[in-house]
Ligand binder design. Structure first.
Ligand SMILES: [Zn+2]
Length: 493
């Protein structure tokens, strides 16, 4: 009875949210009873509840009945995705609907897919709400920070089971289009309730989807149909602008294609997009000059950035390529800016958006050069900051939003206890890596201030320093002068 009630609840939810078409009702009901090895379906009146609760209870029933073998988070999540997928329309219907809405407006199409991604629990809003978010004022504007708590931690039992059952080669990675409908397994968290939309970018077949992590509004992923490596070249600039022509209200950017300065996935070409304005957009610009129909400026931003604007699409693509090539040729040993054409260190993190008919590129100059002093990268967070952030500074961070690891929530709370007088907390192993930082900030702390706010501000200062470490031309006299010279050379025709 409980199971039949839950199945009815899921079906009613699907009808109410327009996930399932009335015509498919009996068909979907039968798929659901089959999933639970039931022989019959009957209708029960239900009261609305949230999709998370319905799916969680269905997964518990499945576990009790032995349909799910283990009660770990991956098995449960995979089962929930599979269950809700049974009531979502097939990919082709979703794609057709998307393009029908697109004829009215791009906004209507993206609104439809975004709503669907949330309503089907593909974007897990309840988990995302747990993320800690705050802002930090710096000399170059307001930065945004997030402690990511939406990815549930794996317990040691699950990790051991996964090691005994490693994932194979299919799908080749988490971005591949074959993830759609793939049910996953113990060692592969599935996204079978995802729907992706085919696009044409510069004559290539690409796909559009929303990110399940949703770090910002309408956070989307745009991915190559083929599992090919990330690359930054003229084609990248062309594809970014082709996307903007389709979705002019979004920004779009690409991670650099080199280790250390790239994102976490280098082996599948993809971009990130969304309806969001990042701190870098508001950075103060200094006008440098105009070449043809392209206006050039540089930004007051910790990562050295050239901003170019033009209404001419081909012209601005050509100019972006010129910046990339000139950066590839640039050498300045005194600043550790050393490029090697056969094993390149210099690349660009490009971000594009459209204002009316004007295309804008923010081209962030990057280098993954490393030396004896900085074996993890000269333009990477230096070791004294690793207790807060040691991961790559990818696209999202370079635009001014710090994504910090979940462990920090607990660690900052412990530091707060210590600063509030609980001295013994300092012996906790989790605080070992923070000891010299704690020593430094202790004298700054005024006990009349809220200790949590104080710690968020101090963490913001560290992130600000992280960005400065990633900048190729430092914001000092020598750095800004070398950057000015680099930018003024762009005016040579
Ligand atoms: Zn792939």
């Amino acid at each position: 009875m409980k199971l039949m009630m839950l199945i009815n609840e899921l079906l009613d939810y699907g009808l109410k949210k327009n996930i399932l078409d009335e015509i498919d009702f009996d068909y979907d009901a039968n798929l659901l009873i089959d999933l639970f090895c039931e022989k019959e379906f009957f209708r029960i009146a239900t009261k609305p509840r949230s999709i998370e609760v319905i799916l969680e209870e269905l997964a518990r029933v499945a576990y009790k009945r032995g349909i799910i073998k283990s009660d770990d988070i991956v098995s449960f999540d995979n089962f929930k995705a599979k269950t809700v997928d049974l009531i979502i329309e097939k990919p082709s219907s979703v794609v057709n609907k998307f393009y029908r809405y697109y004829k009215d407006s791009p906004r209507k199409a993206t609104d439809y897919l975004y709503r669907l991604s949330i309503d089907t629990n593909y974007i897990q809003t309840q988990r995302i709400k747990q993320n800690l978010k705050w802002q930090h004022q710096t000399e170059y504007g307001i930065l945004e920070l997030t402690i990511n708590l939406s990815k549930p931690e794996k317990d040691p039992k699950l990790i051991a089971m996964q090691q005994a059952n490693p994932a194979g080669q299919y799908p080749q990675c988490r971005l591949c289009k074959e993830n759609q409908g793939y049910r996953g397994h113990l060692s592969y968290d599935s996204r079978s309730n995802m729907r992706i939309i085919p696009l044409d970018l510069a004559g290539e077949k690409w796909y559009f989807q929303f990110s399940p992590y949703s770090y910002f509004d309408e956070h989307s992923i745009v991915l190559n149909e083929k599992h090919v490596s990330m690359v930054i070249n003229r084609g990248t600039f062309q594809k970014l602008l082709d996307f903007l022509d389709m979705f002019p209200e979004y920004f779009i950017g690409s991670n650099a294609g080199l280790p250390i300065v790239g994102g976490s996935i280098l082996n599948h070409e993809h971009y990130q997009a969304g309806r969001y304005h990042f701190p870098i957009e508001k950075a103060k610009e200094t006008y440098v000059g105009t070449v043809g129909n392209v206006e050039i400026s540089c930004l007051h931003w910790p990562l050295s950035t050239v901003r170019i604007k033009s209404s001419g699409k081909e012209e601005i693509i050509g100019f972006a390529e010129k910046v990339l090539l000139q950066w590839g040729d640039y050498q300045n040993a005194k600043l550790s800016l050393i490029n090697d054409k056969s094993d390149p260190h210099h690349t660009i993190t490009p971000i594009a958006r459209k204002q009316g008919s004007i295309y804008i590129f923010d081209l962030i100059l990057r280098s993954n050069y490393l030396n004896k002093e900085y074996p993890n990268g000269v333009f990477h967070p230096h070791p004294n900051l690793h207790h807060i952030k040691k991961e790559n500074i990818g696209l999202i961070e370079a635009m001014g939003m710090g994504i910090l690891p979940g462990r920090l929530k607990k660690e900052l709370a412990l530091i707060g206890q210590y600063l509030s007088g609980e001295n013994e907390v300092l012996n906790k192993p989790a605080l070992k890596k923070h000891l010299s930082w704690i020593e430094m900030i202790k004298s700054e702390y005024n006990p009349s201030e809220d200790v949590n706010l104080f710690l968020l501000r101090e963490t913001g200062k560290i992130f600000s320093q992280v960005l400065k470490d990633a900048g190729v031309f430092k914001m000092n006299r020598i750095g800004t002068s070398a950057f000015s010279k680099f930018v003024s050379r762009l005016l040579d025709v």
